[in-house]
Design a protein. Structure first.
Length: 179
């Protein structure tokens, strides 16, 4: 046996008759209560986790909204006049195409007129392309107006050409019927 064990056995009665004081028991109870307070039930952990996920989602949505709003501010506002020009251009382009097809049908019958008829329209096409290039560089109401006038002029010239071709064809028919 070692000395400590021997000492405890010999003096056991002296140890047993001494009880700890009330203060010692109060300290022990306080320590146990602090340990219980430190341990958090699993439901509290779940609520904490859920609140963190919710907070992260809200922050993510706010950031997305901020970025979207910033992009909206940086976006170039659409000029209503340019929207109008696109609609007018679409309308007149369709008309010009139809008129050109009608003229080509007449010119197939009489190719002598082809060169003179295409010259005026080609000049207006070239001018329109230049106006469009100028408009892409810098916006100007005058350029938009000039483009619309150019389109109207092309339709007017094509209508006049059609009238001329129709009158020529009618004159040829009348001439053939007299013979």
């Amino acid at each position: 046996m070692d000395k400590l064990e021997k000492f405890i056995r010999e003096n056991r009665e002296e140890f047993d008759n001494k009880l700890p004081g009330d203060k010692s028991w109060d300290d022990i109870v306080n320590r146990m209560n602090r340990q219980k307070a430190k341990t958090i039930p699993i439901t509290q952990w779940m609520w904490k986790a859920a609140s963190i996920v919710l907070l992260a989602a809200v922050i993510g949505l706010l950031i997305e909204r901020y970025v979207h709003d910033r992009n909206s501010v940086n976006a170039v506002p659409v000029n209503p006049r340019l929207t109008e020009l696109k609609q007018v251009e679409s309308y007149y382009s369709t008309l010009i195409s139809e008129k050109r097809e009608e003229i080509q049908a007449y010119l197939k019958k009489d190719p002598d007129f082809r060169k003179s008829f295409n010259h005026d329209i080609n000049q207006l096409d070239s001018m329109y392309s230049q106006l469009k290039t100028e408009l892409s560089k810098s916006y100007s109401e005058k350029i938009v107006d000039a483009m619309i006038v150019n389109l109207q002029l092309r339709i007017k010239i094509l209508n006049e050409q059609l009238n001329i071709l129709q009158s020529i064809q009618k004159a040829k028919k009348d001439e053939k019927s007299k013979v």
